[in-house]
Design a protein around this ligand. Structure first.
Ligand SMILES: [Zn+2]
Length: 89
């Protein structure tokens, strides 16, 4: 369950961050952005039954779900870019 959501979020993150010239893609910025997204999205994707996992897998393939996740990922990238753990490059 956890990996399913994380894989989807990482995929969306890599896709979006590549389109944002100003975004830093170092390990700590990536980690911060992904932690922010997963904190916001995990409550929606908790549950451990097989049926639950099948529903999550289906949900994560929907364009609508991916669009909603993309909004959160974009927010995370901007937050991290505005307040990186390291000095600006
Ligand atoms: Zn960075």
């Amino acid at each position: 369950m956890k990996n399913l959501l994380e894989d989807t979020v990482v995929g969306i993150y890599l896709d979006l961050v590549a389109k944002m010239p100003g975004a830093c893609t170092c390990a700590s910025c990536k980690e911060d952005a992904l932690a922010y997204v997963l904190n916001k999205t995990r409550p929606r994707y908790s549950g451990g039954t097989d049926t639950g996992m099948a529903l999550i897998a289906l949900d994560l393939q929907k364009d609508q779900t991916r669009a909603q996740l993309a909004v959160i990922v974009l927010d995370a990238i901007q937050r991290v870019a505005a307040n990186p753990r390291h000095p600006a490059h």
